[in-house]
Write a protein of this length. Structure first.
Length: 262
C-alpha cells in the first residue's frame, strides 16, 4: 500500500507548529518555531518538518493550515485552511478518545471546547483580553525576572497563598510589582498568578460545562503549576500530552487525511 502523507500547520500568534502524518495514523515528523504569524516562523517550521521527514512538498498529498495566521499560507502552499477550534477538537480526540472537555491556552487566547464522539458541540473563547493567556504569563515572568519555563517549578515551592485579584494584565502587573516591593517571596507570587489564571479559565469552562475527561492543550499546558491550579479550581483531573503544543497541527493533519481518504 502506498504511503499517503499529510501535513498540518498551526500558525499561532507566538509559535508555528507542523506535523506530518503517514496514512492518518503515524506521526512521521514534527517541528516548532517560537515565532508565529507575520514572521518567517511558518516557513521555517515547514522547511524543518519536510527536512526531518525527508520529503518534498510535492510528496505531501494534502496540506491544511490552521491557527491565528492560517490565511497567510493559502497562497500557493496550503490546500485548505480550517478553524483552530475544529483542529484542536480533532487532535485532542486522536490523543484521548474519551475526551469531553478541551482547555486550550494559547499565546493570545483561551478556548474551552465541549466534545461528543470526537465532534465539537459548543465552545467558549476569550480573545478580547490577554488575561490568562501565554502572553499574560510572559508579562508576569518579565516583571519577576524569571524564565517562563521556570514558572511551574518556582510556583511549586510556594509556602503561603498570595492572592492576585486582578484578571487584567496591566493591573495584575501593578499588583505583582507591589508584592515585590513589599518583600513577598517570588514563589508565592507565582503560585498566586497560577491560581489567578485558573480562576479566569475556570469561569470560561463552566460556561461550556465541564465533563470528564478534561484535556489541556497549548503551550501553557507545559506549566504544571497552571495544570495543578486548574485541577483544584475545576475539581477534575486534567490530562496532558507531550504533544500538547502540536495539538492544533495534529488536528489539521488529521483533517487533511480525511480529505485524501474520501
Amino acid at each position: 500500500m502506498e504511503t499517503i502523507y499529510t501535513l498540518g500547520i498551526d500558525v499561532g500568534s507566538t509559535a508555528s507548529k507542523c506535523i506530518i502524518l503517514a496514512n492518518g495514523k503515524e506521526i512521521v515528523a514534527k517541528s516548532l518555531v517560537d515565532v508565529g504569524a507575520g514572521t518567517t516562523g511558518p516557513q521555517r517550521a515547514i522547511d524543518q518538518v519536510l527536512q526531518a521527514a525527508g520529503l518534498k512538498r510535492e510528496q505531501i498529498a494534502y496540506v491544511l493550515a490552521t491557527g491565528y495566521g492560517r490565511n497567510s499560507l493559502m497562497e500557493g502552499f496550503a490546500d485548505k485552511q480550517m478553524s483552530e477550534l475544529s483542529c484542536h477538537a480533532k487532535g485532542a480526540y486522536f490523543l484521548f478518545p474519551e475526551v469531553h472537555t478541551v482547555i486550550d491556552i494559547g499565546g493570545q487566547d483561551v478556548k474551552v471546547l465541549h466534545i461528543d464522539n470526537g465532534m465539537m458541540t459548543s465552545f467558549q473563547m476569550n480573545d478580547k483580553c490577554a488575561a490568562g493567556t501565554g502572553r499574560f504569563l510572559d508579562v508576569m515572568a518579565r516583571v519577576l525576572e524569571v524564565k517562563v519555563a521556570d514558572l511551574g517549578a518556582l510556583g511549586a515551592q510556594s509556602t503561603k497563598h498570595v492572592g492576585i485579584s486582578s484578571t487584567c494584565t496591566v493591573f495584575a502587573e501593578s499588583e505583582v510589582i507591589s508584592q515585590l516591593a513589599a518583600g513577598t517571596d517570588k514563589c508565592d507570587i507565582i503560585n498566586g498568578i497560577h491560581h489567578s489564571v485558573a480562576g479566569r479559565v475556570g469561569g470560561l469552562a463552566r460556561r461550556v460545562g465541564i465533563q470528564d475527561m478534561v484535556v489541556m492543550t497549548g503551550g501553557v499546558a507545559q506549566n504544571q503549576g497552571i495544570v495543578t491550579a486548574l485541577e483544584e479550581e475545576l475539581g477534575h483531573k486534567i490530562h496532558t500530552s507531550p504533544l500538547t503544543q502540536y495539538n492544533g497541527a495534529l488536528g489539521a493533519a488529521l483533517f487533511a487525511w480525511g480529505k485524501c481518504a474520501k
